[in-house]
Design a protein around this ligand. Structure first.
Ligand SMILES: [Zn+2]
Length: 267
């Protein structure tokens, strides 16, 4: 995956090549078009992966709705460097131990869907925590370095605006709040109700100094307008917890994207 990030020029050239091939295939015969429609019909959305011909470099070509993955200028993740002091609005995290979570293995990650009860306020915007999930290795880099895993806590306002809290995680002590999540993992496409409440406050670090920047979803359709807050302080997972996740998803991280005109601010 490292070669993906050698430069936007290389990446753009490859995309152009791919687009020509795709057009050629569509003009040449119905076979590939038929296959694509089958995939749509089966899953309701185009298939995408983290490697190979449906991997991150090609997401933007897989469906019209995915074009932002290629043409977007405010994409995530990024390398978090040169954070500047801005006047970021205050952030207030209000979380509680939450029962009724559902563990979903959605084919791209392990995700816990949550009932209401945990909010994130950034300035005047109030977001509700709707789900959290994992990527390995971490999607965000800190000065070029990736962590073993990254937790994303996805929040949404009533009118659909997104804010994600990113927590970088390294190997160390077990994270007790995640004990049930990494045991008895459902098959891909399946889900199960968690037996125990989850200690949501234990999922974010005690020191909430963070990087803040405007970005996107890190999976197709790569929609922009997402407020990212990635904590500087990493947390830990036990080697067994990390192993349990990697046994299912050895690689599910999008490479870092160009910063373009954005600034990373200290929040
Ligand atoms: Zn994510």
């Amino acid at each position: 995956m490292a070669s993906d990030e050698t430069g936007s020029g290389t990446s753009a050239n490859r995309k152009v090549g791919r687009r020509v091939v795709t057009l050629g295939a569509m003009l040449a015969g119905a076979a590939s078009v038929g296959r694509r429609m089958e995939v749509f019909a089966e899953e309701g959305a185009p298939h995408w992966t983290y490697e190979g011909e449906e991997g991150p470099e090609f997401w933007g070509d897989l469906a019209p709705d995915f074009a932002t993955c290629t043409v977007g200028k405010e994409q995530s993740p990024i390398d978090l460097i040169d954070a500047v002091k801005g006047d970021e609005p205050d952030m207030t995290i209000a979380q509680q131990i939450t029962a009724g979570g559902t563990l979903v293995n959605n084919g791209h990650t392990l995700q816990v869907n949550l009932p209401e009860g945990n909010t994130l306020a950034i300035g005047d915007a109030v977001y509700e925590l709707v789900q959290f999930h994992f990527h390995t290795p971490s999607e965000h880099e800190v000065d070029g370095v990736r962590y073993p895993i990254e937790l994303h806590l996805v929040h949404k306002t009533e009118d659909g605006k997104l804010a994600v809290l990113g927590v970088l995680m390294k190997e160390g002590e077990e994270n007790a709040a995640l004990a049930e999540v990494f045991t008895d993992i459902p098959e891909a496409g399946a889900e199960r109700l968690l037996a125990n409440p989850i200690d949501i406050p234990a999922l974010v670090p005690s020191d909430q100094t963070a990087y803040r920047y405007p970005g996107s979803l890190t999976t197709p359709p790569c929609a922009e307008g997402v407020t990212w807050t990635v904590f500087e302080m990493p947390m830990t997972l036990s080697p067994a917890q990390l192993q349990a996740f990697r046994a299912i998803y050895p690689l599910n991280a999008r490479p870092v994207q160009p910063l373009n005109e954005r600034e990373v601010e200290e929040a």
